[in-house]
Design a protein around this ligand. Structure first.
Ligand SMILES: [Fe+2]
Length: 303
């Protein structure tokens, strides 16, 4: 009785054209509806990123999918806690349940699931003693990254405990792993990716990054090469995380937040058998990769 998927996120940004250019270069397909920019992943009939024009960049809202029973349960838990419903942020985003998390981010939960989509072809590589690619010549012939789905978001928060309580107790997400006082990873009770919403302790709220799944480490490399070759700033990568264990590369968007390519993230079963663990700070970042840039965890959102 909870949220069951992360469908999309929306940012308010001061320059829609700059946003269209960045996300298109990143590999998403842009469109426009009632003055709002929308972006889709390759092979998916569903908007996963929205850009709304406004004075300064901030998270406009997060949009989760559930079913009628799940929404009724969330409404019940809101009533127990005295949490009020709020108005939709824009007519483009439509109905469902609207509420606010403790940092004031609008949250939309609607009776909708991820639309059918065309999964990426399986990625195979040869390894010692396991030669699957026979009769093929050279690296896979793709020239750019084409993300297949939105995976997760990471938010800065000055209210780590209250935010975790909201996402787990009101929305019904589950704890995956945490580095106490620093970062908390949460997954959906329907199982799947190791983290769908993650929270980073900070002095003020902010949108740190959103992450998109691609088919392979090759595609991460191709995507990063194109984004960096188009003049955007590097965020951090190429590397492999410890918690979630995904390959990653982060690129800076025009407002200092990040878009991440990922693949091979740990999968959590839906049966509730996953036990969240506390980890040391050394596990919060990476197994291997370039040194962490000093500004990687910085919050570029204005107060
Ligand atoms: Fe990430």
């Amino acid at each position: 009785m909870s949220v069951q998927s992360l469908l999309s996120y929306a940012l308010t940004v001061p320059d829609l054209k700059a946003g269209q250019c960045f996300y298109s270069t990143f590999g998403l397909d842009p469109a426009e509806r009632d003055g709002v920019l929308t972006f889709r992943c390759d092979g998916r009939d569903q908007d996963q990123v929205f850009l709304v024009e406004g004075k300064k960049k901030r998270l406009n809202h997060l949009n989760f999918g559930s079913d009628d029973k799940g929404i009724a349960a969330i409404r019940g838990r809101m009533q127990q806690r005295g949490l009020a419903e709020i108005d939709a942020q824009h007519n483009v985003f439509g109905g469902g349940l609207w509420l606010q998390d403790p940092d004031g981010h609008p949250i939309n939960v609607r009776p909708e699931g991820p639309r059918p989509w065309r999964p990426a072809p399986a990625f195979t590589i040869n390894s010692p003693g396991h030669y699957q690619r026979t009769g093929e010549r050279g690296a896979p012939h793709r020239h750019t990254a084409r993300p297949h789905r939105l995976g997760h978001v990471l938010l800065h928060t000055p209210n780590l405990d209250r935010m975790v309580a909201f996402y787990t107790e009101v929305l019904g997400m589950r704890l995956s792993d945490r580095v106490p006082g620093i970062i908390v990873f949460m997954h959906l009770p329907t199982g799947g990716d190791h983290h769908v919403v993650a929270l980073l302790a900070d002095t003020r709220p902010g949108f740190h990054h959103a992450s998109f799944e691609v088919a392979s480490p090759d595609e991460i490399g191709l995507g990063a090469q194109k984004v960096l070759g188009s003049g955007y700033r590097n965020g951090w990568g190429f590397g492999r995380h410890v918690l979630g264990s995904n390959f990653f590369h982060y690129l800076r968007d025009p407002w200092g937040s990040l878009a991440e390519y990922f693949c091979d993230i740990d999968q959590i079963p839906a049966d509730g058998s996953w036990k969240a663990e506390d980890h040391g700070p050394e596990d919060s970042l990476y197994l291997w990769g370039p040194a962490v840039p000093e500004d990687f965890g910085a919050n570029f959102e204005e107060a």
